[in-house]
Design a protein around this ligand. Structure first.
Ligand code: TEU
Ligand code: CA
Length: 592
């Protein structure tokens, strides 16, 4: 078929030796070859691995992961087969929110190492054909950033309106907005007798993007990193950057603090800012961008990712992540059904038009995907593989979160003192000491949804602390490290890890999984998630049993003349249309 691309993934290795950005020797530029979903792009064919550096690998036994630790594991990443690394923030930070509070964008956090270490990491990745995207945290800076130190020094500071400063109102904060981490979104500054805005912690001060000087300083910093060879950015809450300037109260009769999202989520000038950023920075480099955009709808996402609008390549949407979130918010877990899950996936697979999806089911902010969407008990291995099959055969760029490739699970630390995340600790304090909720109920909510579930150290082997550190880890290792670890997984050809490797290779070799059309099959089925991927005359069918039941299932689509390509169980009923699916069974068929 015209436009049909034969052959392999264009992202086949990047050899960049020098510091300067050299031409990709092996990677064809976005080849310009046409395919069904528009022009081929390396970032559409990428398979991203998210590293949370604090918890990945500690090289100097201070109990904190670091850049040299990551460098020591580059061969592991290469053997896994991923071709992009998203590095969570490594910039100088007081770590109020583990690096998402930046005090110097152009230097490396003391605990993580030095800029030279970072350059060694960059070169080590590039040498292995792996690109590096950095985490751009520019909705806010740390209160220890020089800009804020200047800004708070005097009402006449040239940096004063880099941030939102307001007088109090009737002896209280300027408005009734709450912080995402509890309490008011305003902090009073004695020195200049005004309040400053912080949507997150009081040490994460919101930048005033309406100020062109803020934007220009951000763009300058971005270019500094791009000229050092960075291959793109994940942009932290980038859709919060445009606030309604009046910063009005949330309209409510309820006392207390309320989420002001209506006045800053996808705010009035956010697209103007991103188009300016694209014009002045992004368009000048062959890079990948993904906006982290909480609360984004499909309609919003079309505006952010439509290639003709020249904003971002893709966004993280949270409709799947919010599926089990109750009306009271994330700490209230409600049941979800597979048809609801499938409807969301299908809506996004079919609905982005000229945009591009990101696909993820885990991150440093979420519970472990096998615990949340699979079964982390007797069917941990099968369900982790089944979820991996979904992650790696949908249309969009897949993001693997560190540790999910070995099926790491949620942790259930018995006491709050074992937890580290500011969001967890603030919620616990408010729930137990201010609202007098029962401790066991609060701990249950933390066990289900706490971000530290994903932040316990990577489990490398069965030695003390899972081989993450020989020191005392900054957060305890999940006690199941003795059996769930990379060393064990490497030895077992049927491990989750080896399954991920096979799926990653399959995706790299099969452009139908990247560019092919997606069509749901049997959308209302409560146990089975089945869908087609069609690319020219190539057609694949993926069948996933999301239940712990044995299910006899006949696909509406005849598959008797098909080739079984991959799955998480041995399959001996090939060629029949009646599938006897086992608990959490995943199968991929190529229709001949
Ligand atoms: O997350 C934004 C965000 O919406 C999350 O904080 C989310 O509300 C929360 O994690 C749900 O439990 C980004 C980063 O990914 C997160 O780690 C930071 O804490 C946050 O921004 C502030 O930078
Ligand atoms: Ca360390």
């Amino acid at each position: 078929m015209d436009g049909m691309i034969q052959g392999k993934n264009i992202l086949n290795g990047k050899n960049v030796t020098g510091q300067e950005k050299t031409e990709d020797k092996n990677i064809q530029k976005s080849s310009g070859e046409k395919c069904f979903s528009g022009e081929r792009k390396w970032w559409k064919e990428a398979i991203v691995y998210q590293i949370y550096p604090r918890s990945f690998k500690d090289s100097n036994d201070d109990g904190i992961g670091d850049l040299k630790g990551i460098i020591s594991r580059l061969d592991y990443l290469q053997e896994l087969g991923i071709n992009v690394v998203w590095l969570s923030p490594v910039y100088k930070s007081p770590n109020d929110d583990n690096g998402y509070d930046v005090s110097d964008y152009c230097d490396i956090m003391d605990e993580f190492g030095t800029l030279e270490d970072w350059e060694q990491l960059r070169d080590g990745l590039h040498k292995r054909g792996i690109r590096l995207i950095m985490d751009l945290v520019v909705n806010h800076t740390s209160d220890e950033h020089q800009w804020f130190i200047e800004s708070r020094s005097s009402v006449d500071s040239p940096y004063r309106d880099y941030y939102f400063w307001r007088d109090g109102k009737n002896g209280r904060e300027p408005n009734n907005w709450c912080s995402a981490f509890g309490g008011s979104a305003w902090e009073y500054d004695e020195n200049t007798k005004q309040y400053y805005l912080h949507i997150f912690s009081k040490k994460q001060v919101d930048l005033r993007w309406d100020n062109p000087k803020v934007r220009q300083d951000v763009y300058k910093m971005m270019k500094w990193w791009l000229d050092k060879g960075v291959d793109g950015f994940r942009m932290d809450v980038i859709n919060y950057t445009s606030k309604v300037d009046e910063l009005p109260d949330v309209k409510t009769d309820e006392p207390g603090y309320h989420w002001g999202g209506e006045y800053f989520v996808n705010g009035p000038r956010v697209h103007e800012y991103l188009q300016e950023m694209n014009r002045e920075v992004l368009s000048k480099y062959d890079i990948m961008t993904v906006g982290e955009t909480p609360n984004v709808t499909l309609e919003d996402a079309k505006l952010f990712t439509d290639e003709d609008r020249k904003e971002l390549n893709m966004v993280f949407q949270f409709e799947i992540m919010d599926l089990d979130v109750g009306p009271e918010g994330k700490w209230q877990t409600v049941p979800w059904t597979l048809p609801e899950f499938k409807r969301i996936i299908t809506k996004w697979q079919k609905g982005l038009g000229n945009g591009w999806n990101s696909i993820f089911f885990g991150s440093h902010d979420a519970p472990r995907m096998v615990s949340r969407f699979g079964n982390d008990g007797i069917y941990r291995v099968e369900s982790a593989k089944m979820l991996a099959t979904l992650l790696l055969t949908l249309k969009g760029t897949p993001y693997i979160y560190q540790g999910d490739e070995i099926g790491m699970t949620n942790v259930r630390f018995p006491v709050i003192d074992d937890y580290r995340d500011i969001e967890i600790l603030n919620m616990y304090r408010e729930a137990v000491y201010e609202r007098n909720l029962p401790v066991d109920q609060v701990m249950q909510a933390i066990h289900l949804k706490g971000r530290d579930n994903a932040r316990t150290p990577m489990q490398w082997d069965d030695s003390k602390h899972g081989g993450f550190t020989k020191g005392e880890p900054w957060i305890k290792v999940n006690p199941n490290y003795k059996t769930i670890n990379v060393k064990e997984a490497m030895k077992d050809p049927e491990s989750i890890l080896h399954y991920y490797k096979r799926l990653i290779k399959l995706r790299k070799d099969t452009l139908a999984f990247v560019y092919g059309d997606y069509d749901i099959i049997d959308e209302d089925n409560g146990d089975i998630f089945a869908y087609k991927r069609t690319y020219g005359n190539e057609k694949y069918i993926v069948v996933l049993n999301f239940s712990d039941k044995n299910i006899k299932y006949t696909l509406p689509e005849k598959i008797s003349c098909s080739e079984f390509v991959e799955g998480n169980y041995k399959v001996d009923d090939k060629g029949t249309d009646l599938l006897e699916l086992r608990p959490y069974e995943a199968r991929i068929y190529k229709i001949l």
